[in-house]
Each structure stands twice: as structure tokens, then as C-alpha cells.
Design a protein around this ligand. Structure first.
Ligand code: HEC
Ligand code: HEC
Length: 232
């Protein structure tokens, strides 16, 4: 049987003079705040920061880059995305699930994003959404594949080769392809109701995919990812 090592109790701290107790307290506080920064816990000073300071303080730029373009496959492009949509998604991450009249109408689960969402105040998430939305979208390299059957139904709401006038509806053009593929399958899977496995749900998904067959889903993702940045 392995021997269990026990940590000997720290003795005498209470008996030490008040000055060294204060010193230990100060060191502990510094260490804790350093750990908090490393763990991504919001420093209090960031509360009033600009959007740029916030995305740096919260570590958003590590995954999304400072201008919201996409350096990592699977991570969504934020640059040039609809402001209202981005703010709403951050709020969905903050809430996890959105319940209306006893029904889950929207949901988003992602460990890091849920954790960060909870730390952002509403004014902070709005200012971050505005910041990323104002950045220039970058079209992905490569040729656009042929239009998949039925894609015009998606374009009614999402734009595609026409303008997308809806403030809450994301542009899919030039989005990261890996992210789009995953998201389309997640929304498809939850089209009849909230699915705890994927964690992403939107009550419009049933309408979105009303005539879309599952084998076509990847073709939609490839098509939109290769489209030039959408007109807002
Ligand atoms: C560890 C990497 C990571 C960090 C750090 C991170 N994100 Fe994300 N973010 C992701 C991933 C991955 C997704 C997609 C999650 C999903 O599939 O639902 C995402 C999704 C989002 C979305 C939704 C985009 C869309 O098109 O629906 C927004 C907005 C966002 N992040 C903003 C932020 C902000 C603001 C911060 C900092 C407070 C941040 N992210 C930090 C990885 C990260
Ligand atoms: C009736 C309007 C409508 C139609 C039609 C529609 N969508 Fe959507 N779609 C939306 C809205 C609104 C959202 C935002 C959902 C949310 O807030 O989570 C969305 C979100 C998405 C997302 C997530 C984007 C992101 O950045 O995370 C994908 C992917 C998507 N739709 C694909 C499609 C495809 C593919 C079709 C066609 C088969 C389609 N949609 C048809 C309205 C629509």
C-alpha cells in the first residue's frame, strides 16, 4: 500500500509579531492576484477599461487574436461580425441556457467562454462586441465551391451572396470552416429542442434546417466559409 504523505501543520503563525503577519498577508495577496491574472480572473482595474484593454486582460486575444481574425481552426472569426449578434452570443455564454416561458430557447456551452461570459458585465460585453464588429473581416483563401442545393434558403437570413440586413443574424461568409462545420451540426442536432450533448441551441434552428438534409450540412459550411466577406 502506498504511504500517504501528510503535510505537517504550520505552527506559530498566530504567535508571530503583527508586522510579519501583515507581510505574509501582503505576499499571499500578491501571489493570489498573480494567480488570478494567470488564471484569467478579471483584474478589478479592467472594469472601466477600453474594449482593447478588456480583451487583453481577459485573454480573448490568445484565441481570437487582437483584431478578431482567425488564427486557430475551430475558433470563430469575430472581425466584422454583426455587433448585435456578438453581444447576444456573449450574453448566451454568460447565461448558459436562455429560458423563456419554461422552454430553453437558446443555449451555448463552452467551458472557457461560459466562464469568461460570467465575468463580463453587460456594458463590457457590449463594448467588446462593438470593437470586434468594427474590425475588418478577412476573406479566406481558396476558390468558392459550387452552390449547394437549397443554400438560397439560408441566404434569406444569412446573406451569402446578397446583403444580410438582420442585426441578430450572423454573417457566415468567410467564417472559419472548422467552426462552421461543427456549429451547423450542433444546431441541426438540436433543431427539435435543447440538446445537452452539444450545448448549442437556438429555437430558430428548426426553421433554419426545415428543408436541409444532414448530408448537405458540410457543403453549406464549405460554401459559406469560402464566400467573400459579407455585405453588412
Ligand atoms: C481558449 C480559447 C478562447 C478564449 C480565451 C476566448 N474564446 Fe471566445 N470562443 C472560443 C471558441 C472555441 C468559441 C466557439 C465556441 C462554440 O463552439 O460555441 C468562441 C466563441 C466566441 C464568440 C461567439 C462567436 C460566434 O460567432 O458565435 C464570441 C463573441 C467570443 N468567443 C468572444 C470572446 C471574448 C470576448 C473573449 C474574452 C473575454 C473570448 N472569446 C475568449 C475560444 C476562446
Ligand atoms: C429564418 C432565418 C434563418 C434561416 C432560414 C437560416 N438561419 Fe442560420 N441562423 C439564424 C439566426 C437568427 C442565427 C443566430 C442563432 C443564435 O443566436 O444562436 C443563426 C445561426 C446560424 C449559425 C451559427 C453561426 C455562428 O457564427 O455561430 C449557422 C452555422 C447557421 N445559422 C447556418 C444556417 C444554414 C446552413 C442555413 C440554411 C440551411 C440557415 N442557417 C438558415 C437565422 C436563420
Amino acid at each position: 500500500m502506498p504511504r500517504v504523505r501528510t503535510i505537517p501543520p504550520v505552527r506559530g503563525i498566530a504567535a508571530r509579531p503583527a508586522r510579519s503577519a501583515r507581510f505574509i498577508g501582503l505576499v499571499a495577496a500578491c501571489l493570489l492576484s498573480m494567480l488570478a491574472v494567470l488564471a484569467g480572473t478579471a483584474p478589478a482595474a479592467a472594469e472601466d477599461g477600453t474594449a482593447e484593454q478588456l480583451i487583453s486582460a481577459y485573454g480573448c486575444l490568445q484565441c481570437h487574436s487582437v483584431d478578431g481574425t482567425i488564427p486557430v481552426p475551430g475558433v470563430p472569426r469575430l472581425a466584422g461580425q454583426k455587433e448585435k449578434y456578438l453581444a447576444r452570443q456573449l450574453n448566451h455564454f454568460k447565461l448558459g441556457v436562455v429560458v423563456y416561458d419554461g422552454e430553453v430557447v437558446a443555449a451555448r456551452r463552452h467551458e472557457v467562454m461560459n466562464d469568461l461570459g460570467k465575468r463580463l458585465s453587460t456594458p463590457q460585453l457590449r463594448s467588446i462586441a462593438k470593437f470586434f464588429s468594427s474590425k475588418a473581416c478577412k476573406t479566406n483563401a481558396g476558390a468558392t465551391p459550387p452552390r449547394p442545393d437549397g443554400v438560397e434558403r439560408c441566404e434569406v437570413c444569412h446573406g451569402g451572396d446578397r446583403a444580410n440586413p438582420w442585426r441578430d443574424t450572423p454573417s457566415l461568409n468567410a467564417q472559419d470552416e472548422t467552426y462552421l462545420k461543427r456549429t451547423i451540426h450542433d444546431l441541426w442536432r438540436a433543431r427539435k429542442g435543447y440538446d445537452t450533448v452539444t450545448g448549442r441551441h437556438h429555437r430558430l434552428a428548426e426553421v433554419m434546417f426545415i428543408d436541409a438534409d444532414e448530408p448537405n450540412l458540410d457543403a453549406y459550411a464549405e460554401y459559406f466559409a469560402a464566400m467573400p466577406c459579407g455585405r453588412k
